[in-house]
Design a protein around this ligand. Structure first.
Ligand code: G3I
Length: 347
């Protein structure tokens, strides 16, 4: 059964279910639909291999999601050993779980300013050897999952925190800003079929950061760099304005490339009351509206940066307890944000 036909069947069933009690389509009916059946594009979730032993996590993830992003186990912090060796055990476990449960895979992240320095330290200052090792790392990691990943976050977070210019990092100190373009060239060589993303955060709340990000993207595209996707992490808080979310996705979509809302969470900043839940739901709806406003070919998908509240990086030490950033609560029950998102996706 094609996904499109399946989705229509699910929606018709939900409408029928709602109609039989005489009310307009009941949002609560959507709250219990499988998110991946309601969405007209892949809905992903981040994962770490330790979660595969969690029965509750697997039940929720197998029901609602059809794509997996390794939260950190395909990053250099796990893959690249200090002696330069590469370790893929955890990443392989996640890739196998995805394939065994009919999920797609999104690779994250090949090059990130905040990781990889230790493994490359012996090459600092030797540009030729550094560049050769840089290519080898990218080709080895992305090549290992060749044909299995829908896409890769090739370069993650190149823009300065405040949006004024670009981050300083070991990649840039050794290769100049060419590190960005070179990463895409090597990723294209490693896996030509994967969509290659430039991925960044705070593009909604910081217009200056979005402007610098888009300036970098335009420069890369002008130079013919093989960038084929735009990732907006979309780590939000309930104090964010839903309109800025829709505006940001529309601006990113103007380049005709696939857009990935790649790491959605909506921090309630330690609060949990009716007001916080309402604000969270409004923002979740705005994200869905932003994606649905894109042409279907540009809807690469939506990835939640956690399944249940307890699975979120925002609820782990050293962060204070009490945040409720996800669509499902600690027990895996849907929250208003899930219903709001599903209602928009159901059209
Ligand atoms: O699971 C191990 C645990 O067994 C061990 O005792 C502990 C101490 O070493 O580490 C645990 O792994 C940590 C893991 O989070 C799970 O908590 C890693 O050290 C830690 O580095 C990892 O942090 C991840 C972080 O990126 C850095 O890779 C977070 O999970 C992950 O949510 C976060 O995700 C980033 C995106 O990649 C990029 N955008 C921002 C986003 C949030 O920071």
């Amino acid at each position: 059964m094609s996904a499109r036909f399946h989705r229509r069947t699910v929606l018709a069933g939900l409408a029928g279910l709602a109609a039989c009690d005489g009310r307009a389509e009941s949002p609560s009916a959507l709250a219990f639909a499988a998110l991946k059946d309601v969405a007209p594009f892949p809905v992903g979730v981040c994962a770490e291999s330790g979660q595969l032993a969690d029965i509750g996590w697997r039940a929720l993830v197998d029901r609602h999601f059809d794509r997996l992003t390794p939260e950190f186990e395909m990053k250099s912090e796990v893959v690249l050993r200090p002696d330069g060796g590469l370790v893929f055990d955890a990443g392989d476990r996640l890739a196998s779980y995805a394939e065994q449960t009919g999920k797609r895979l999104h690779g994250h992240a090949l090059i990130w300013y905040s990781q990889g320095a230790e493994g490359f330290a012996p090459l600092d200052g030797d540009r030729a050897r550094f560049a050769a090792a840089y290519r080898t790392y990218i080709v080895e990691v992305a090549g290992r999952y060749r044909g299995r990943a829908d896409g890769w976050d090739v370069v993650n977070e190149p823009v300065a925190e405040d949006g004024e210019g670009f981050r300083d990092c070991h990649w840039r100190r050794n290769l100049g800003m060419a590190y960005v373009e070179q990463a895409f060239v090597h990723a294209a060589e490693a896996d030509p079929s994967a969509v290659r993303f430039l991925n960044e955060y705070n593009l909604e709340s910081l217009p200056a950061k979005r402007r610098t990000f888009l300036r970098l993207l335009e420069d890369l595209l002008r130079r013919g760099a093989p960038v084929t996707g735009i990732g907006t992490q979309t780590h939000l808080s309930i104090e964010d304005d839903p309109a800025t979310v829709r505006t940001a996705i529309a601006e990113l979509g103007a380049y005709g490339l696939p857009v990935h809302v790649s790491e959605l969470d909506i921090s309630t900043q330690g609060r949990w009351d009716a007001g916080a839940e309402r604000k969270q739901a409004r923002l979740a709806a705005a994200v869905a509206e932003g994606i649905m406003a894109l042409p279907p070919a540009q809807r690469y998908g939506l990835t939640l940066w956690g399944a249940r509240d307890r699975d979120s990086w925002l609820t782990r030490p050293p962060r204070p307890p009490g945040d409720r950033p996800m669509l499902f609560d600690d027990q895996g029950a849907p929250k208003s944000a899930l219903e709001a998102l599903a209602t928009v996706l159901a059209g």
